[in-house]
Design a protein around this ligand. Structure first.
Ligand code: 13P
Length: 280
């Protein structure tokens, strides 16, 4: 996982993280990645782990799908916004390749201490760790918060003292739909990129313009997270199918067009993230 993200940073492209919200997401994301020949990160937010069936079930299901669909591109299974040290360790034990610990609401000393404990555990199992500083605003799976820009010195401390692999510095991005225009802190991004060497992660990418995504990639973002954009495309298509076919009740007929919407949206996201890189 680390090799892929490092390679992306050096070559100025990003690997998309697409959030999984059910079985059809797994299949459609994998199809999109295989079709575009892109490495892909499948993210599962800690908040929805129980809904999805638990760490173990998710991990085994993704791995089984990768094998049964003959997927040949690199697939990374990632825990998004891990809520507790214990949960992150369970995800490592279940076979995740990468875990994020979101200690951003904790005082920085506590964020460093808890992230460090996870890093020490994860690295023994060849699993990489993403940390967060500042606050990404908006609403993600019921967690609502305001934007709080990451402080440079906190980024440096968390990256160095916890021995992080990737860092998500909150710099104005928002989970869910933006109210108004996204306002990313590119000056702060430049400072952070100059000060720390590890790849950066951009959360809340749905609704950010292609131009801003390219700038963020140039400034060291090598992993970019998308959820809302795919869910909007899926739900719009599902609503349309049901509205157009009031008598339809066959689940495969109802779901098939919405699966195509997920796959197409993921493909377009992959092209955006790889725009500075030759897709093989
Ligand atoms: P969006 O829902 O805004 O795309 O953000 C996804 C995300 O950052 C997951 O961590």
């Amino acid at each position: 996982m680390n090799t892929f993200i490092q390679e992306a940073k050096q070559s100025h492209y990003a690997i998309p993280q697409i959030n999984v919200n059910g079985l059809i997401w797994i299949e459609c994301i994998l199809k999109a990645a295989e079709k575009t020949r892109s490495p892909i990160i499948l993210g599962t937010t800690d908040k929805v782990i129980e809904f999805l069936g638990g760490y173990d079930f998710i991990c085994k299901t993704i791995k089984n799908k990768v094998a049964s669909m003959d997927i040949t591109v690199p697939v990374i299974i990632h825990l998004d916004h891990g809520l507790t040290v214990e949960g992150c360790k369970q995800a490592v034990d279940a076979g995740y390749d990468s875990v994020m610990f979101d200690g951003s609401k904790l005082p920085i000393e506590e964020n460093i201490a808890q992230t460090k404990e996870i890093v020490e555990y994860a690295h023994k199992h060849q699993v990489i760790v993403e940390g967060e500083v500042g606050a990404i605003g908006g609403n993600e799976d019921g967690v609502i918060g305001n934007v709080q820009y990451a402080r440079l010195e906190d980024c440096i401390r968390l990256a160095e003292e916890a021995n992080l692999d990737t860092l998500a510095p909150a710099l104005g991005s928002v989970h869910g739909k933006y109210q108004g225009e996204p306002n990313l802190g590119f000056d702060e991004m430049q400072e952070i990129q100059d000060a720390i060497n590890i790849p950066l992660v951009l959360h809340g990418a749905s609704g950010i313009s292609d131009e801003d995504l390219v700038k963020a990639i140039k400034l060291g973002h090598a992993k970019i997270n998308f959820n809302t954009e795919i869910n909007i495309a899926w739900s719009q298509q599902l609503r349309q199918t049901l509205t157009d076919n009031q008598e339809m009740f066959n689940p495969q007929q109802i779901l098939t067009p919405s699966k195509a919407a997920i796959q197409e949206t993921v493909e377009s996201i992959i092209y955006k993230c790889l725009s500075n890189h030759q897709v093989e």
